[in-house]
Design a protein around this ligand. Structure first.
Ligand code: FE2
Length: 489
């Protein structure tokens, strides 16, 4: 393996840090690498061509008071494949907040488990006051740029998807929203468009927008909500976008006193806003369903008069705290997908009658899905989901879920080895939905290493096709994206 160190950033975290989300599978890195001629166990298929890119919460400094993993600075890991060879790069996302905190040598903004009033720096952008836009949640590739985004809304930081050279922020010809963009903008591979939403604490509380393949904002509308909400993700079909108003939101009275405490309202419905793509505020139609909180939607499509939406229904969005648990233990119970009991679930919205039908697709605890992107917004069959660890935020394997028959095939990693959000990379020239590869980064605590693992998407429980060594063990993280070489400049 050929390795070149690009830079090592000056962090101030203590040696031997024992914080549960800054050690073990979540141990952050400070060094940025370029690597090529990578050591491979097996063989990289020559019909796998494109980029797998994953974001990471990778903190540099101790918090002002209390760390939550979603506060960590964004770091992207990119592995690109061309004709049977691969190259790897990792880089911090050069956010405004990262650069200011590097200068200061300490944290300047309040994390999600801290009071905004404790921040040393002023408000910048995003739904919550005086929080750093860490661009650490999600990443998509659109218009030839990797775009790193943040769950509390913020800028879209642009990077070269292969080299991770920074390219500044999305500007869209001066029309980038002042409220920012939420994590989980959606790229429709069939049209090249990107759909997005944002949210905040002032009416109308949400906006929905569309960006062309050329990076022009072609639609941006108000979505009126009854109050400040905490939507995390959205979905789309060929002709509609779907936003949500789940009954989990910051308590208005507490918020007025500067405390941002989410509460689940068991007596309120979940509401879904169905928006014609290219449509106006007046065209948003609302559907009601059982109360829940959904972190991630899997896919959506049109079926006659109905819109079908699949996502992970939390059966217990607000798990009870253990009476004897510490504040941190109680805080981190929201990172344990087993405590929220997230299961694959299907909603059907009837556009003629305005009614909703809904129910589980499985009772397996799963989350953090990926599909073959060519089937995004279209009828589809396979979802490739993470198998969450019990009790903490980590992925023990990958499950291929056939949403048509309900059957599942699991690739469980050895004990002490954890997966990332795993993408489905279609084989060059493929037409069948599962004809391709599953690509993931692993965090191996036993051997203190990381690999990029390639599995056969048609037969994921088989031995890996290839395991590619990375220069250093990487940290667990959140979201990932696959872009075919054909979509890259
Ligand atoms: Fe997410």
């Amino acid at each position: 393996m050929q390795i070149q160190i690009h830079d090592t950033l000056r962090g101030t975290l203590p040696d031997g840090d024992s914080h549960p989300y800054r050690s073990g599978a979540w141990r952050p890195q400070h060094t940025e690498y370029d690597a090529w001629d990578l050591d491979v166990d097996g063989q990289i298929p020559d019909d796998l061509n494109g980029v797998y890119i994953r974001n990471t919460e990778n903190p540099l400094h101790p918090p002002i008071e209390r760390y939550h993993p979603f506060d960590g600075d964004g770091m992207l890991h990119s592995i690109s494949f061309e004709g049977g060879a691969a190259r790897y790069a990792n880089r911090f996302v050069q956010t405004d907040g990262l650069l200011q905190e590097l200068d200061a040598g300490e944290s300047l903004w309040a994390g999600v488990a801290e009071l905004p009033a404790s921040a040393k720096a002023d408000h910048t952008i995003g739904a919550r006051p005086r929080m750093k836009d860490a661009a650490s949640t999600d990443v998509v590739i659109h218009g030839g740029d990797a775009l790193a985004s943040f769950y509390m809304c913020g800028d879209l930081y642009r990077l070269d998807p292969v080299t991770l050279e920074p390219r500044g922020k999305s500007n869209w010809g001066g029309s980038f929203p002042v409220d920012g963009v939420s994590a989980h903008p959606k790229v429709d591979e069939n049209t090249g468009e990107m759909l997005f939403f944002n949210y905040g604490t002032e009416a109308p509380f949400m906006h929905y927008g569309e960006v062309s393949a050329e990076g022009v904002l072609t639609n941006y509308i108000d979505v009126e909500l009854p109050g400040a909400r905490l939507p995390h993700d959205m979905a789309f079909t060929e002709n509609f976008a779907i936003v949500n108003d789940c009954p989990m939101f910051w308590e208005p009275e507490a918020m007025a006193a500067g405390l941002y405490a989410p509460r689940f309202h068991r007596d309120m419905p979940t509401r879904f806003g169905v928006i014609p793509r290219g449509g106006s505020s007046e065209q948003v139609r609302w559907f009601e369903a059982e109360p829940t909180f959904v972190l991630h939607w899997i896919n959506a499509y049109e079926d006659g008069n109905e819109i079908v939406l699949d996502g992970f229904f939390q059966q217990n969005p607000s798990p009870r705290p253990r009476p004897e648990a510490t504040f941190e233990e109680n805080l981190y119970r929201f990172l344990d997908l087993h405590s929220m009991k997230s299961i694959p679930y299907r909603w059907r919205f009837n556009l003629v009658t305005g009614t909703t039908k809904e129910g589980p697709l499985s009772d397996e605890i799963l989350e953090f899905w990926m599909i073959n992107g060519r089937f995004g917004g279209r009828p589809y069959r396979y979802s490739y989901d993470a198998l969450p660890a019990d009790g903490w935020f980590g992925f023990e394997g990958i499950v291929k879920h056939d949403v048509e028959t309900g059957s599942m095939e699991t690739h469980r990693l050895p004990e002490g080895v954890y997966a990332s959000e795993t993408v489905m990379a279609p084989r060059d020239g493929s037409t069948a939905e599962d004809d391709g590869y599953l690509v993931t980064f692993t965090v191996d605590l036993i051997n203190d290493r990381s690999h990029c693992l390639i599995l056969d998407a048609a037969n994921p429980s088989a031995e890996p096709v290839a395991a590619i060594s990375l220069p250093e063990r990487i940290s667990s993280g959140t979201h990932a994206f696959w872009a075919d070489a054909t979509t890259l400049p």
